[in-house]
Design a protein around this ligand. Sequence first.
Ligand code: NAP
Length: 233
Amino acid sequence: MADQPLALVTGASRGIGAAVAQALAPTHQLLLGGRDEAALTELASRLPGARPWAVDLTDASAVARAVAEIDSLDVLVHSAGVARLGTVEESPAEVWRRHFEVNVVAVAELTRLLLPALRAARGQVVLINSGQGLSVRAGWGAYAASKFGLRAFADALRAEEEAAGLRVTSVFPGRTDTEMQQAVVASEGGDYAPEKYLRPESVAAAVVAAVTAGPDAHLTEVTIRPRPQVSLP
Ligand code: NAP
C-alpha cells in the first residue's frame, strides 16, 4: 500500500470527484479534497489508503498549510467546482468572481504550490472541465467563461511542464448525474431524469484511462457526451 502512487482528488466529497477517488482507490493512496469533513471521512473509511484532505480551496493560507505535507505527488485531479446558471443580465460581478475564484484561481494556485511535488514524481494533472469549456449556451456565460479559462490554464501548464515529464489532461464531460446537475436543472425549471445524464463513474473511467496510459502516451483532452438511450428493435 505504502508503495502505491499518491493521488490528490479535489471535490471528492461527492459527485464526479468521489467517483474518481473510488476508481483510483485500488491502485493509489488517496488524499480526498473538499470542505465537508464528514463526507470525506465517510468515504475514506470505505477506501483503503485514503485520507481526508479538508480545505476550502479559496482560502489561500489554508491551502498553503495543507500542501506542506506533500513532497511528492503522482496525480492531481481537480474536480472541485461551482456552477450557477444565469444570463448576463442576471449575473452581477459576484457571480463571475465566484466562478473564477473556485474554477480557475484556486486550481491555478493549488497546482502552482504542488508543482515541485508533481515534478518530483513526473506526475499528472487532470482537470475536470466541461462541455461548456468548449462551446457556450445562453444562460451559462459565467460558468463557461471560467471553464474556457480553465482550458487555457491547462494548455499553458502542459506547454510549460511537458518537457519536465508532467502530463496534463483536460476532461470535458457533458451533463452528469450529480448534485450540481440537480441544482442546475432545478434552476432551469426542468424535470430531473438521471438516465439522460452521464454517470459520474463514466467520467471517472476517462480519468483512469488518462492516468493509466502508457509512459509513451499523453492523453491531452478527452470529451465525453451522454449517449442517447436508443431502444433497439
Ligand atoms: P458537485 O456534486 O456540486 O461537487 C462539487 C465538489 O466541489 C464538491 O466535492 C465540493 O466539496 C467541491 N467544492 C466546491 N467548492 C469548493 C471549495 N471552495 N473548496 C473545496 N472544495 C470545493 O459537482 P460535480 O457535478 O461533481 O462537478 C465536479 C466537476 O465537474 C466540477 O468542476 C464541474 O464544473 C464539472 N462538471 C460537472 C458536470 C455535471 O453535469 N455535473 C458536467 C461537466 C463538468 P465541498 O462542498 O465538500 O466543499
